[in-house]
Structure formats: C-alpha cells, structure tokens
Write a protein that binds this ligand. Sequence first.
Ligand code: GLU
Length: 475
Amino acid sequence: MSADKHGTFLASVNSYYDSAAQHTGLNQGLLDQIKSCNSVYQVNFPVKINGKVKVIEAYRAQHSHHRNPTKGGIRYSMHVNQDEVVALATLMSYKCAIVDVPFGGAKGGVKINPWEYSENELEKITRRYTTELVRRKFIGPAIDVPAPDYGTGSREMAWIYDTYRAFHPEDINAAGCVTGKPVNQNGVRGRTEATGRGCYYGIRQALNTPKLMKKLGMTVGTAGKRIVVQGLGNVGSHTAMISQDEGDMVIVGVSEVEGAIYKKDGIDIHDLLKFRKEHGSILNYPGAESFGKDQRRIVMEFDCDVLIPAALENQITEKNAEKIQAKIIGEAANGPVTAGAAKILAQRGVMVIPDIYLNAGGVTVSYFEWLKNLSHMRFGRLEKRFDEANNRRIIDQIEKLTGKSVDERDRNMIVRGADEVDLVRSGLEETMISSFDQLYEVYERKRKVEDLRSAAFVTAISKIANDYISLGIWP
Ligand code: GLU
C-alpha cells in the first residue's frame, strides 16, 4: 500500500470532521482540540524468532483524554502505520461519544502479519508489546484499555491481561486493563459477537425507519433483504449469521482474501463457513459464481440491497463508487468508504450507515465488560433468582384468577430470569436503537447536514465539546 493511500484514511476522517464541524457553531479553538490526536507512542522492540532477532514496529495512539480511560482495539497487520493508528483512534473517540460510552478514543497497532507466526511467537510479541505499554503507562483500567481489532482476539487479550497483572499484582481492578478477554478469564458473555450483533441491530433499525425507507424506495423491515458481506472475520461472520438467523435476510454475496462468490438465491452462511473450514476457501461453493483473488473487489459491485464492508479501510473509493448497486452501505469495518467516494455515493442516493455508529457495538460491550471487571461480579447474579420467583408468583396468580393454566413451555419462558448474555444483548440492542434514532433526528432536523455520517460527526463533536466545556476552560 502506498504512503499516499495511508494518508488518505486520516485525511478522509479529518475531512468528514471539518465539514461536520461547521454545523456545530462551536469556537475554532475547541474544534481544533477535539480534532487533534493527544498522544502517540511509537516503539520498536526486539523479539527472538527462530533464533534470530526481529525488530517489530508498534504503536498506541490516544486521540482524546476528555474522558478516561481511553479505549480502542489493537490491530496486528502489515498495513499498520502512524497515520492509520491515529485515524482509528480518532474514530474511537467519536464512536464512544455517539453511543454514550464514557471513554476517550485510542488504538494500537503492531506491524506484523499475524498469520505468519506460531502461537508461541505471537504470545512473545503480545507480551513484549504489553510490557512496552506498561513501561510508558499506556495501559491500565483507569488509563487506556485495549481490546481486539483486526488480527487479534480473546487469546491475545488474555496474554495482555496476564502480563499487566504480573506488573501490577496489587491492582484489584487489573482485569479492567483490557476487554475482549475469554469468558473464563474475566471476559463478559456476548463480547465476541458484539460488533457483528451491533451491526445487525443498526442495519435493522435503519430498515425499520419508514421515512428513510421511503426516501430510498425500499420496503420497511429486514426480512428478504439481500445483503453482501466483504470479509468473514469476527465482525463479518457474526453480522452475516445474525442477519440471516434473526433478520431473515438473504446473503447473496461474500468475499474473503481468496476471492468472492455470488449466489442470487442466497448462501447459507453456516454452511459456507463450514465449507471454508473444510476447503480452506470460499471459492467453488456449490451453486455460486466464483471470482478469484484478483477479482475479489467485484464484491462491492454485486447487486444487493445492503452492502456490508467488514474488513479494512479504503475499500470503496472514487474508483468503484459509481459501480455500487446497493442502496445502503453498512460500514461494519472502520473507514471502508473514502471521503471522495462518500460524495459520489451521496449524489447517487446511496445511504451510508457510518462506522462510528454502526460498529460501535464492540466498544459498547467492552464497556459492559470493564464495568463487570470493576464491580467484580457477573451481570444478573443479584437479580436472576429474585426475578424468577416474582414471575412465578405472577403466573400462579393469573392461573388462580382465570382458572386456566399456562402451557409448560410458555411458563418456563416467562419465568426465566435474565442471564449475563441476555442483559448484555439487551443493553447492546437498546444502545444501537436509541443511538440510531438520535442520529436520524439530527439528520432530519438539521437541513444542512447532508448525510448520516455528517449527523454522526455533529453528534459526536457536540457531546465531546460538552465534556470539555464542563471542565470550565473553554468559553
Ligand atoms: N476494535 C473495536 C473497534 O474498532 C473495539 C474496541 C473496543 O472494544 O475497545 O471498535
């Protein structure tokens, strides 16, 4: 990837910011402060791999300290560079503000191809990177709390937690130093699927907004809507599974590193994931048209209702924006649409549901995990049995008063108290629905706010500005 292209991502984010900032009426000094990245730590550290020393380049950017701790994932990828990490940290600040998660934004990156290393080597790299963060006080439950991102998952988070804890044995809140941990190591149930589930709730809410559907010439509701998903990583696969299983949506196209497939009458996502596991590729999936690695970008041009880029940034550019057939683009990834492409899409009447709202489900559930870690207790532990006893009493009374009995299956469903995963999903659903309605209201109310992204930026900037103003240093 050229240096130019990296520059484009941060430039895109800042250009979205600048055009939204005009609608806020805030003073320039405050706007400049909100926009700028507060701190970036870059480190090169040695790791011995196969008897040879390899120097690894890594970053952690903390975009905004208006709220603490700062929060955001850690990415392992060969595309990692300072501009990218800063752009991603910037998006995190706005994302947290939009969904009312009380954190500043951050992001980390380690410049490696994680698929080239063994598990032991990855552990070494992760622990060493964490040690560098500890040394510089760039990690801690009250300072900066990493999470998974592209190329990392719960395994890496467990190593980070363990390393931090070794340095801070006295910290009773040590588990809150990182989120996305395995459930048996102080993680929260429902975190792995959270970003994908949040994307589904966000897309569903857009599709359930009659005014918006009318504008796009679409029918209301998710059932039967045709979707295309780019990337079957954690976010893409969960978005696809939940959209199919809970929304009755039809997956007509999918792409991965090896290529793209299209099947007009629908691909069963569970079957496709099984197929890929067995064959190491989605290509030649029975009944689907296959496009090899070099043609995989054609996925963006497939005929569908909702296109869901769920991989990396800069995927929809001025080069392919004209060819997109979807009516809605759901940005499950961070920064998949460049600012230049966004203009073309807006002119063509394609609605983009922006990343800083749509993929905020991950950090929302990370917030729940962090709260769980600080409270040292599983969600639902206090009230589950109490609720069940209460519900049982209500059903008993209904049966007594009506002289009829409730069916056994229904009774069990009504009586059941909430488990942790039920509460996490409920909190996530509420967050995604209410945040969408908030953005949509700004979009409808402010005539000059041209699209949902602009509404999202205006909302984020105003909320962060309020935090700064309450500090008393801004006019
Ligand atoms: N990496 C995810 C994101 O981009 C999650 C961040 C978090 O949970 O802190 O939103």
